[in-house]
Ligand binder design. Structure first.
Ligand code: GDP
Length: 369
């Protein structure tokens, strides 16, 4: 009859196309639900039956409404970022919505870092990036939601800082917020039923609340979709090839200047000026790295994108954004970071150029190893 169907849990309009948007329901589940005349979205279904949180992303307008509500709450804000993709983890304007509320900054995906990387330096670096966004976190902690490493420390910190407040967990999509909350639920064996309560005003989503051991709750908020992430340029298969999956094994390259390294078709590194020297690459262990002469590099990329240089796969290469060059001259030993992909440690006093798809950040930081 043409009328839109709504989830009887959260009220979101049912749709079968976008897994990460509100109201997603697999077609088979939709057919079954229609027979019984009750259709739940996948998110509400998994919450009811498995006590599990499925990630969901909001558009800008809905997300603004959500932040406005946080502004009015008396809350400890747990801000989850992906330490591999700090730019891609930024919540635009978060500092304006924080008000007087304290922020606890959580750097997720620590399991990917080589053990040689000093955690204290990384924490300082994350804190500085947060300061640049106008945020003054009361504390910074690193953990792995996937391996459950240091999640208990986070819970201890939350108890230390929350005082007489609720806890709001915020983060953009893909930083691992749902994985983290599901770990927290698993650790809190007392949690039998997650409570879904009143809607975030102006959004289609209910709040998911996890009761804490007093009258307070931990609230999972939907993420905002950050289009700067590699996740938006690559399909699931390609993303598995470029996004680090396991602890990174550094690879060293001795390069003369005027040499280039390709990282699949997703990133490029030009050593433009300086003596013969060593560079250390920290990328997904299985990503194909190809060395060539700088003068041949443009031509090589045009010919080999989607062939030797994958990802992207041949069928996706025409939609893949062009690589954009970012030039740097180092004064100290530095990391040239390709956000969401990895980084290259570069000695002091050389000229280098990092290339990444338009929209993906390339930046230099003081070397962390
Ligand atoms: P959300 O959108 O923020 O809720 O993110 P998800 O929880 O769905 O996680 C996004 C992706 O990051 C998934 O592929 C997860 O498996 C992965 N992920 C989440 N946490 C970690 C972690 O601690 N380490 C690693 N290596 N991957 C993680």
């Amino acid at each position: 009859d043409g009328e839109a169907l709504h989830c009887i849990g959260c009220g979101a309009e049912i749709q079968t196309t976008d897994k990460t948007a509100p109201g997603y329901t697999p077609q088979s589940a939709l057919d079954k639900g229609m027979e019984k005349e009750e259709v739940y979205c996948q998110r509400c279904f998994r919450l009811r039956h498995y006590n599990e949180i499925v990630p969901v992303g909001l558009t800008d307008d809905d997300f603004l409404n959500l932040l406005t509500q946080i502004q009015d709450a008396n809350a400890l804000i747990v801000y989850v970022v992906d330490i591999f993709d700090f730019n891609g983890s930024v919540i635009p304007g978060l500092h304006r919505f924080v008000g007087e509320n304290p922020i606890l900054l959580v750097g997720n995906k620590e399991d990917l870092l080589p053990s040689s990387l000093k955690r204290s330096k990384l924490k300082d670096w994350i804190r500085q990036r947060a300061n640049e966004q106008g945020l003054r976190p009361i504390d910074v902690t690193l953990l792995s939601a996937k391996t459950n490493q240091s999640v208990d420390q986070l819970l201890t910190m939350i108890d230390k800082y929350r005082g007489d407040r609720d806890v709001y967990v915020v983060g953009v999509t893909n930083v691992g917020k749902s994985t983290l909350i599901n770990q927290i639920i698993r650790q809190n064996t007392g949690v039998k039923d997650l409570i879904t309560t009143s809607r975030f005003p102006g959004t289609t989503l209910d709040k998911i609340e996890l009761p804490l051991d007093d009258d307070h709750v931990l609230v999972d908020t939907p993420g905002i979709i950050q289009n700067q992430q590699m996740a938006h340029f690559l399909d699931g298969k390609d993303l598995k090839i470029v996004a680090p999956q396991k602890q990174i094994k550094p690879k060293t390259y001795q390069l003369n200047d005027q040499q280039t390294l390709f990282f699949g078709g997703v990133a490029r590194f030009d050593y433009t000026k300086g003596p013969k020297t060593g560079f250390i690459a920290y990328f997904e262990n299985n990503l194909y790295i190809h060395r060539t002469k700088l003068e041949n590099a443009d031509d090589f990329y045009d010919r080999q994108l989607g062939q030797l240089l994958t990802p992207p796969q041949p069928e996706n290469k025409d939609d893949f954004p062009p690589l954009v060059a970012h030039e740097f001259k180092t004064t100290v030993k530095s990391d040239l970071v390709f956000e969401g992909l990895g980084w290259i440690t570069v000695p002091a006093g050389v000229n280098v150029t990092g290339w990444a798809p338009a929209g993906v950040g390339v930046l230099v930081r003081r070397a962390m190893i």
